[in-house]
Design a binder for this molecule. Structure first.
Ligand code: SAM
Ligand code: SF4
Ligand code: SF4
Length: 336
């Protein structure tokens, strides 16, 4: 079964946040020490998450990404992975992590059936890493990435948010690191997600500039988007040493092919990364609703989806009009 929204976009991917807590405070995501965190008893249990995942799989979802906050701060995450991996229609189960706790977890996650790992890494400089994350130790992260490699995860993708005058001087260092270790680098344009990071367009390094920087040192050719729907446009190094991806969410929006839904750790279904609110599924999940009722509700929410925030934002920037207004959900609550 496939459900489609008002622009005929199917629901194919679900990003599940398993916690809004994080052991880092990345400046561009959640710079505050304290925040209004989700109440502990509102957080969905693993059983509840797996139930929703099975329901959306029957609605056509094929890919699930576990995210957060930092997903690895949730205890026994491998148990959730094992249950999600057992859902037959899910053909791709992945995790996005800051990798701070990955060294001790990689093997168990692999054994539990996790297919892929994306590690967020914005700098290879120890002092800069601490400044950016406000708490992190780069060596722990690099040990986590190495543990993932040893555990057999292929490919391992490294996600880097490029911010002008913060880490845009490291684009080639990160490319070198990935080429040497057999990882796939993905650069992400800095976005106006949430409200806490004080985003401004001047700090976003456009995809085209990132591409030119890479191409000048290592010539690349475009190979398109995996599945035609993935956020990253991929490029092949002409010397045969792998691929690099760039996510141009701001300057080259891809709302037209966006098939991603998101669920917060307390069970709110959110249809766009820039939404101001979600649809609370918890009363249904905890109120005795049948799976059919849950499926109908999710299908109805998706069918009414009209989101195209990044296109609207780009139209506003390009024409000098004001940016779309509104108080968005924070990235740490929503998951990337
Ligand atoms: N804590 C995990 C991590 O950092 O990988 C998972 C959650 S984090 C919110 C998911 C992704 O969102 C990370 O790759 C992070 O770099 C990205 N992200 C956070 N704020 C962003 C922003 N303002 N613009 C672009 N990407 C952002
Ligand atoms: Fe950084 Fe991820 Fe934590 Fe946000 S959720 S502060 S991106 S580690
Ligand atoms: Fe999808 Fe919303 Fe991002 Fe557009 S802005 S690609 S609809 S999540």
């Amino acid at each position: 079964m496939t459900v489609t929204d008002t622009f005929r976009r199917p629901l194919k991917d679900l990003r599940i946040s398993v916690t809004d807590r994080c052991n880092y405070r990345c400046n561009y995501c959640m710079p505050f020490d304290e925040y209004v965190w989700i109440e502990k008893d509102a957080i969905l249990t693993f059983e509840e998450i797996v139930r929703v995942a099975s329901v959306v799989a029957d609605l056509g979802v094929e890919k699930i990404r576990i995210t957060g906050g930092e997903p690895l701060v949730r205890r026994d995450l491998e148990a959730l992975v094992q249950s999600l991996a057992a859902i037959e229609k899910i053909r791709d189960l992945s995790l996005t992590t800051n990798a701070s706790l990955l060294a001790g977890k990689a093997r168990a996650l692999r054994a539990a059936g996790l297919d892929r790992i994306n590690v967020s890494l914005d700098t290879l400089r120890k002092d800069r890493f601490l400044k950016l994350t406000r708490r992190g130790d780069l060596d722990q992260v690099l040990a986590g990435v190495e543990a993932a490699r040893v555990a057999g995860f292929v490919p391992i993708k490294l996600n880097t948010v490029v911010i002008r005058d913060v880490n845009d001087d490291e684009i080639l260092d990160l490319v070198d690191y990935c080429r040497e270790h057999g990882f796939e680098q993905r650069f992400i344009e800095y976005m106006d997600v949430g409200n806490a990071n004080n985003w401004s367009m001047e700090r976003t390094v456009p995809k085209q500039r990132i591409l030119e920087t890479i191409d000048a040192r290592y010539p690349v050719e475009p190979v398109g988007r995996p599945d035609g729907r993935a956020p990253a446009e991929r490029y092949r190094f002409k010397d045969g040493s792998g691929f690099v991806g760039i996510v141009g969410s701001v300057t080259e929006p891809f709302c037209g092919s966006c098939s991603r839904g998101r669920m917060t750790a307390d069970g709110r279904l959110v249809t766009c990364l820039f939404s101001e609110s979600g649809f609370d599924l918890r009363p249904l999940i905890r109120g005795g609703a049948s799976n059919e009722r849950l499926a109908e509700t999710i299908a109805r929410i998706w069918a009414g989806r009209t989101d195209r925030y990044s296109e609207t934002r780009w139209e506003a920037i390009a024409s000098g009009r004001p940016m779309p207004a509104g108080r968005k959900i924070e990235m740490i609550t929503l998951g990337g």
